[in-house]
Design a protein around this ligand. Structure first.
Ligand code: ADP
Ligand code: MG
Length: 218
């Protein structure tokens, strides 16, 4: 479940970004739709507690994210949010399996190697566990990043432009995977995108429209 009311964020020396109110049931899908620079990544950062709203609030799974003290916020995020970032940020010194193990450290949980193996297997990339991130193709790296996002069994999956660099076939595969994985966890799926293929593929999703020129989302 996600509910936002009167949400605003202002970067230092920036104009206020004002976001429209939105409500999504648990297990539902939400598209953040708008051109580059319109505030989609900022909205994701507010919903995951990486930024604190300058006004209003976003409530995720019953928790007003901005109200969490800073120290509690990292643990909350690690346990509840599966984040598929625009850039993949895998540590090059570690194998794929060890990169995924870091998820448990972040959540303050013992590393569950069986869960790592199971998740890689579910995404068809178990053969890559011992590789270094530089030894993955773009598509493989994205599956590994998705595995990392899913490992904590999050109640919300936030994906930032997940299809931007994908051809049509890879785009369809990636969206199907995201949808299947989200529904397997009954997680709410939020996708920030300016890719028309995404909203065509998810016609039933709620849409939060972002408008660059007015810098106001309606
Ligand atoms: P989108 O994800 O839709 O491309 P962003 O949320 O990244 O948009 O950015 C929204 C606006 O905020 C843009 O005008 C961008 O330049 C500005 N912005 C983003 N990050 C910062 C930052 N760290 N400091 C100042 N301005 C920023
Ligand atoms: Mg962005």
């Amino acid at each position: 479940m996600i509910d936002s009311r009167g949400l605003q964020y202002t970067y230092p020396r920036g104009e206020p970004l004002r976001f429209g109110d939105v409500s999504v049931v648990q297990g539902g899908a939400l598209l953040l739709r708008g051109p580059s620079g319109s505030g989609k990544s900022t909205w994701l950062a507010l919903a995951s507690g990486l930024l604190t709203p300058t006004a209003g609030e976003v409530v995720v799974g019953g928790q007003s994210v901005g109200a969490l003290p800073a120290a509690a916020r990292d643990a909350w995020r690690a346990r509840h949010i599966g984040f598929l970032p625009q850039k993949l940020h895998l540590g090059e010194a570690l194998s794929v399996a060890d990169n995924l193990g870091l998820v448990f450290f972040a959540a303050g949980l013992p590393v569950d190697r069986a869960a790592v193996a199971r998740t890689l297997q579910a995404l068809g990339v178990e053969a890559l566990a011992a590789r270094k991130p530089s030894q993955l193709s773009g598509g493989q790296a994205q599956r590994v990043a998705l595995a990392r996002a899913l490992l904590p069994r999050p109640s919300v999956i936030l994906a930032d432009e997940p299809t931007a660099s994908l051809d049509d076939e890879a785009c369809a595969v990636s969206l199907n995977l995201l949808r299947t994985c989200a529904s397997g966890l009954n997680a709410t799926l939020v996708i920030a995108t300016h890719d028309a293929r995404v909203w065509q593929a998810l016609p039933q999703a709620r849409v939060l429209a972002f408008n660059a020129s007015a810098r106001v989302a309606a």
